[in-house]
Design a protein around this ligand. Sequence first.
Ligand code: GLY
Length: 386
Amino acid sequence: AGIGLGAFAVVQLRDNPKAQQAVDEIYEAAKDFGAAVADGYREREEELNKPAKRPTTPKKWMKTAEIKRRWLEFFEKKNHTVVPSASLVSQDPTLMFTVAGMVPFIPYMTGLLPAPYERATSVQKCVRTLDIEEVGKTTRHGTFFQMNGNFSFGDYFKKEAISFAWELLTNSVEDGGYGFDKDKLWVTVYKDDEESIQYWLEQTDIPKERIQKRGMADNYWSTGQRGPAGPCSEIYFDRGPAYGIEGGPEADEDRYIEIWNLVFMQYERADGGTKDHFEILGELPKKNIDTGMGLERVAFLLQGVENIYEIDQVKPLIDLVSQLSNKEYGANEQDDVRMRVIADHIRSSLMLMSDGVTPSNEGRGYVLRRLLRRSVRALRLLGIDK
Ligand code: GLY
């Protein structure tokens, strides 16, 4: 697995549109390195393919690479240009990292550059370290993640964005979709956005009772600084009563997991303010669509595992740490958190290094150093000191 991940990093160095495909292939090959890890992985795959025991586990197990492939194919068929992932080192001098799928497209939204296409789709590698302390403790916080996105630059708007999302999520697996159970999906909209509610009701099977209105803190998206902003509509999956209280995303965001955010980018926001109150400077030149679907989140739901660290692309690292430390994953919550932290941080570190970041005392290099230090600390606490 280690050799594979090294190769994984090296391939990412090449500025080649086929790199992402090569990464998937190398990742597959990496499973064959180290018999113990590979055996563990195969057992896991067999286990996951068994019929569901839990109410929310899926009927079919879908690999992360397959979820990604289906995404790109779906939007390519809807006339979107497939754009390879940009570097984690953001081209935008005001952002340290690529924190969302929309970052490489900001100049097209603000009108700084003419968009070379009206519709685009990508699976963007992202790094966000704001919630680093939550990593390993929750189901869904990762410092590295991949964001599936579809974008419109002055072309389609709310109506089509809502219809595309519903189609891809609920189409059967045989028809190229993800096969989510319609009855388990919930939607939130910005409190004043009656138009979106109408589109949800007219174009999908979502009943009114499963649409919730929320305020700026939850349903108005931006990168947190001056730039494109807009009200959003989020789609959630209900994992069932075993995971929390009834009442939709408004009541419990652990039971109801956000999987896809549709942002209606039509305003420019100012710097400053708070999460639930910031100044809107005016309208963008055109109305744009920016969506973000968390690839690892969808993978954990479609693979019937408990969190983003147990999916096919991350679990081999936990297995390796378990083997090295001689500690069973699942036996002790504190050790499990450490194993998940290591899996997450090593993955982020490799991805950062493959995009040219080196450890240092400031900026991006400091973030990398912190991720590595936290990994080493967690390894030591697990008794691995070599
Ligand atoms: N840009 C949409 C999101 O990150 O959720």
